[in-house]
Design a protein around this ligand. Structure first.
Ligand code: XLS
Ligand code: CA
Ligand code: CA
Length: 437
């Protein structure tokens, strides 16, 4: 039985196509810098937004029908979501999905029953995976929706709630491994605080680290060979979240000895909420060897919250793909943690949204490769730092000099010449000329 009866497999038709149900840039087999587009871009469907979110916001109820012919809140509905999800991914040529435990099944009052449901649905997903090339990109545990997590999960004040967080992680890891997941994500939704009047920050952060260590130990013990990821976000739902941005998360991972097992999952909308560009957090992760996976979406500078829009900004996608290419790719992939706008409530809109996102990143990939092949940006940066290619530069880089020696050198010079133009406007023109040629 098909769910999306009116919609066939989405073909690649090229930039001139006006067919709304076709790709204009995503051409899976096209080779860019020696690799197929589909290998550069391991796209993933986010179970929660695509199969779950139906448009409810703080001011109004659902606009979309995501019942897929069954009654929400039942296991029949959980199965209908699997059917719809697999049909959707196959029609778009998407080879990965990401999930939270509670996206897969309705949560029961007793965790034993929730776990039984998870076993049942993951058997069914495994069955559906057979004969397809669809796999799990990453799994995670939702430790922020249930009221018990109001004060956090790893950072909670309640030792019992902490044990429930641990139990959920254990089960989510089991399911991730069962579905062949490449990664496992920690997004610290409620790991943070509103006021220091009621919070012991040091105690909370130590407990989070401890929980992550237990997750690594357990994951490795059941054969999970992939990466654990922290997904930074500065705020929302909490005022202060401990994993504020890439730099903060890297510091935490190093401080608690988790840096060998963890990388980062960088979400565009979270980086901008932290007051950075998306590219900044990608670069900070990459230079620390921790750029693992990406949540592909975009925010809105006029709104200032986590709007999770489908990415259409080609400038941003190009800068992202530039970082990814320079990083030699990702161990994870590109998860569309994005939702259609509330008035885009039809089944066609689900497809248009993914076509938009996939085309945006495909175009970003094409343009980033052109920027690299063009070479003017790389050449400029190399030349900008060329003054370091002398004996003095080498001595400083090799830690072979002192403030006294440098001070004597400066006194001998008397004055230093200006360091050379940054040429920002020229380089922005180069960028534009490649984007719009
Ligand atoms: C919320 C986060 C969340 C994580 C997974 O803002 O983006 O969806 O990706 O828990
Ligand atoms: Ca988000
Ligand atoms: Ca996310």
């Amino acid at each position: 039985m098909t769910v999306f009866k009116e919609i066939g497999t989405i073909p690649y038709e090229g930039p001139e196509s006006k067919n709304p149900l076709a790709f204009r840039y995503y051409d899976a087999d096209r080779v860019i810098l020696g690799k197929k587009m589909s290998e550069h871009l391991p796209f993933a469907m986010a179970w929660w937004h695509n199969l779950g979110a139906a448009g409810t916001d703080m001011f109004g109820r659902d606009t979309a029908d995501k019942s897929f012919g069954s009654v929400p809140g039942t296991m029949e509905h959980a199965r209908a979501k699997v059917d719809a999800g697999f049909e959707f991914m196959q029609k778009l040529g998407i080879r990965y999905f990401c999930f939270h435990d509670v996206d897969l099944v309705p949560e029961a009052d007793d965790i034993k029953e929730t776990n039984r449901r998870l076993d049942e649905i993951s058997d069914y997903i495994l069955e559906k995976m057979q004969g397809t090339d669809i796999k799990c990109l990453w799994g995670t545990a939702n430790m922020f929706s249930n009221p018990r997590f109001m004060n956090g999960a790893g950072s909670t004040n309640s030792v019992d709630v902490y044990a429930f967080a641990a139990a959920q992680i254990k089960k989510a890891l089991d399911i991730t491994v069962k579905l062949g997941g490449r990664g496992y994500v920690f997004w610290g939704g409620r790991e943070g605080y509103e006021t220091l009047l009621n919070t012991d920050v040091k105690f909370e952060i130590e407990n989070i680290a401890n929980l992550m260590h237990m997750a690594v130990d357990y994951g490795r013990s059941i054969g999970f060979a992939g990466d654990f990821y922290i997904e930074p976000k500065p705020k929302e739902p909490m005022k202060h979240q401990y994993d504020f941005d890439a730099a903060t998360a890297i510091g935490f991972l190093r401080q608690y000895g988790l840096d060998k097992d963890f990388k980062l999952n960088i979400e565009a909308n979270h980086a901008t909420l932290a007051g950075h560009t998306f590219q900044h957090d990608l670069r900070i992760s990459a230079i620390n060897g921790m750029l693992g996976s990406i949540d592909a979406n975009q925010g809105d500078t006029l709104l200032g919250w986590d709007t999770d829009e489908f990415p259409f900004d080609v400038y941003e996608a190009t800068k992202c793909m530039y970082e990814v290419l320079k990083n030699g790719g990702l161990t994870g992939g590109f998860n569309f943690d994005s939702k259609t706008r509330r008035p885009s409530y039809t089944a066609e809109d689900m497809f248009y949204a993914y076509i938009l996102g996939m085309d945006t990143f495909a175009l970003g990939l094409i343009k980033a490769a052109e920027l690299i092949e063009d070479g003017r940006i790389d050449q400029f940066i190399e030349q900008k730092y060329a003054s370091w290619n002398n004996d003095l530069g080498r001595k400083i880089r090799n830690h072979e000099t002192t403030l006294e020696e440098l001070s004597a050198y400066a006194e001998k010079l008397g004055n230093a010449e200006l360091p050379g133009s940054g040429r920002q406007e020229y380089l922005e023109s180069v960028f534009n000329s490649i984007l719009f040629r």
